[in-house]
Design a protein around this ligand. Structure first.
Ligand code: GLN
Length: 194
């Protein structure tokens, strides 16, 4: 059985754990470096990226998380994607594991929460499905740029990037844990299995 950890410093880690259990995965909250031992992959949830970063520094998690990411799958959703990035256009603790630049709260006040359907080829292929993925954005970041080995997984109709992949590192601007659709979590399991 796969064993997936969810960084549980702040944010909606509980929802990720519920989804993982629903699809038959062993899920564990990660709060300290030793909680990473034996995991096949890690999810960093949405929340507030500055708070997650500060707490990760406080609990001496920065180095262990960076090491873990060199040889394991990590998926950051929303604030988690910001924390995975190497550049968030401002000074805050970042893991710098993914070659992506993000813009926080990129959708402005009026539409800072919205939902939309995305067709993500990689996801459809991995889950052998054809229907679009309904994505929930909450004060979401935009992935401004991908470089190096990072590649674009999904874009809005206007071209803004909302999901990226670099090896086994995955970043999504939106929140698959807040829907009933388990396909993104299943896709992440396929990365963790590789
Ligand atoms: N706005 C938050 C940030 O910048 C992210 C929001 C979220 O995770 N839903 O960290």
């Amino acid at each position: 059985m796969m064993n997936i950890g969810v960084l549980a410093l702040q944010g909606d880690f509980a929802e990720h754990i519920v989804m993982l259990k629903k699809i038959g995965v062993e899920a564990r909250e990660v709060r300290l470096p030793e909680h990473l031992d034996g995991l096949d992959g890690l999810i960093i949830p949405g929340g507030e990226s500055t708070t997650i970063g500060k707490l990760a520094v406080h609990y001496n998690l920065m180095k262990p998380l960076q090491e873990f990411g060199k040889s394991h799958a990590i998926w950051g959703t929303c604030a988690g994607a910001i924390f995975l990035s190497k550049d968030a256009n401002r000074d805050q603790p970042l893991l710098g594991l993914m070659d992506i630049t993000v813009q926080r709260n990129a959708f402005g006040r009026q539409v800072d929460s919205f939902e939309t359907d995305l067709v993500i080829d990689e996801l459809l292929k991995a889950t052998q499905t054809t229907h679009p993925y309904h994505a929930v954005f909450i004060r979401a970041p935009i992935i401004e740029a991908v470089s190096g080995n990072a590649k674009i997984l999904s874009q809005l109709k206007d071209g803004r990037i909302v999901a990226a992949l670099e090896g086994r590192l995955l970043a999504t601007s939106f929140h698959p844990e807040l829907t009933d659709d388990p396909r993104f979590h299943q896709y992440f399991l396929s990365l963790a299995q590789k």
